[in-house]
Design a protein around this ligand. Structure first.
Ligand code: CP
Ligand code: NVA
Length: 308
């Protein structure tokens, strides 16, 4: 039976907290959890969830993951805790980590997540920040691997905003040697530091491309991926972004320009008729709901490594 390996880093704040071998190990473990080939007992272990933003998938998949592993979770948000009254992160982190065995944080500023990690005596997991969504990327690459059985020569094209999800796809893609193309309107390119880090990891620099042309970007692609145009916290930019992103919808026309075997991914929640059409979400090529299920398996794998 495959066993969870201890990870070199205590935290999972970024995709880059894993090495290539560790990322492959977590994905392999996730497959084993999914196929019920592995049984890990995390009895009495407690995961603390701190969510400053809304969540359906991340919250519930972490809760169910802990429950399947025999542990439990505590769910905190600003209104039910002292966080909303301005208690300092350094105090919250020290206290919570003296009760819990691992903490997952969803917040706005990535620096706040790093502050939690600095003061926590237990591992901290990024459950999404404005900069990265690395747990999502694990489930995404698990879904891709399930489809193609390998990563070699897989081309992943992300159409939309150069946001947290795009950033994590870039970093995880770099770790796994997958070709990643990002097609976004001018001015919405992914974070330049993320791009720089990715280029430092890719052995072949041609494997990362940032473009403003969606049609060229999907040519030869095996995976088409999109996410909302306005992320949580950007509600006041919605009108402007809706205009700027015209022509960046994944519809049947765009899908027709990709490879015949291309699959469609979306991290969800989705705005139908904006970044993706209802038809494409519901199409035979969509693996969006398998991808959402894979959040659970990937996080079971991650938790069992962080707590091993
Ligand atoms: N994909 C994702 O993180 O979904 P939630 O916002 O519902 O957690
Ligand atoms: N980019 C989106 C992802 C939601 C899972 C957001 O940050 O709102």
């Amino acid at each position: 039976m495959l066993k969870p390996n201890k990870l070199a880093n205590n935290n999972f704040l970024s995709s880059l907290d894993l090495s290539t071998d560790e990322a492959l190990h977590v994905l392999e473990l996730a497959k084993n959890f999914k196929n019920k080939k592995i049984n890990i007992d995390l009895k009495n272990k407690v995961l603390g969830l701190i969510f400053d933003k809304s969540s359906t998938r991340t919250r519930v998949s972490f809760q169910v993951a802990m429950s399947r592993l025999g542990g439990t979770t505590i769910d905190l948000n600003p209104t039910t805790s002292q966080i909303g009254r301005g208690e300092l992160i350094k105090d919250t982190a020290r206290v919570l980590s003296s009760y819990c065995d691992v903490i997952a944080v969803r917040t706005f500023d990535h620096l706040d997540l790093e502050e939690y990690a600095k003061w926590s005596s237990k591992p901290v997991i990024n459950a999404l920040t404005d900069l990265e969504h690395p747990c999502q990327a694990l489930a995404d690459f698990l879904t891709i691997h399930e489809e193609f059985n390998h990563f070699k020569e897989v081309v992943l094209t992300f159409i939309g905003d150069g946001n947290n999800v795009a950033n994590s796809l870039i970093l995880c893609g770099a770790l796994l040697g997958v070709e990643v193309r990002i097609a976004c309107p001018k001015g919405y390119e992914p974070n330049s530091l993320i791009i720089k880090k990715a280029y430092e990891i890719y052995k072949n620099k041609d494997l990362l491309k940032i473009t403003n042309d969606p049609i060229t970007a999907v040519k030869g692609a095996n995976v088409l991926y999109t996410d909302v145009w306005s992320s949580m916290g950007e509600e006041n930019q919605k009108e402007e972004k809706d205009k700027d992103f015209l022509g960046f919808t994944i519809d049947n026309n765009l899908v027709g320009n990709a490879n015949k075997d291309a699959i469609i991914l979306h991290c969800l929640p989705a705005y139908r008729a904006k970044e993706i059409t209802d038809e494409v979400i519901e199409s035979k090529r969509s693996r969006i709901f398998e991808q959402a299920e894979n959040r659970l398996h990937a996080q079971q794998a991650l938790l069992s490594c962080l707590l091993s």
